[in-house]
Design a protein around this ligand. Sequence first.
Ligand code: FES
Ligand code: FES
Length: 156
Amino acid sequence: MKVTLKINGETLTLDVPPMMRLIDVLRDRLDRTATKEGCGEGECGTCTVLVDGEAMNACLIPIGQCEGRSIETAEGLSSAAEPTALDRAMVERGAVQCGFCTPGMVASVRGLLRRVEKPTEAEIREAIAGNICRCTGYKRIVEAVMAVTEPAEERR
Ligand code: FES
Ligand code: FES
């Protein structure tokens, strides 16, 4: 099956089995390995990417459903060479330890920040509720997001 889609702004046409999972296309066909696979069952959020701006689990999406859609992965959302404010805040606040959850966590947060300019702590926690982190606890991650959305004196 031919599928035309955008990956981080680049239009690609792929010849792939329609039921091949998006995460397998990203990692195995396109060598975009920033997106990680944890559970493979939609439970851990490690594979989260943005699909038309919405955070979704790449392990649950058949590539056949991606025709015409825009996929954003950690390769497009973050850059080691030019880190975003969110990337810097996460590192500075110790919100990245082993880093396995981080690409999915960043995708969920970036999806939230496109919908809500200044999310509350509750909204941040809700946005990352599907992203499991076994290292940091969520406090530092939430603090990092709040650090880039509100001046310190406005935080509650
Ligand atoms: S690998 Fe997709 S949700 Fe866990
Ligand atoms: S930093 Fe290790 S799982 Fe989140």
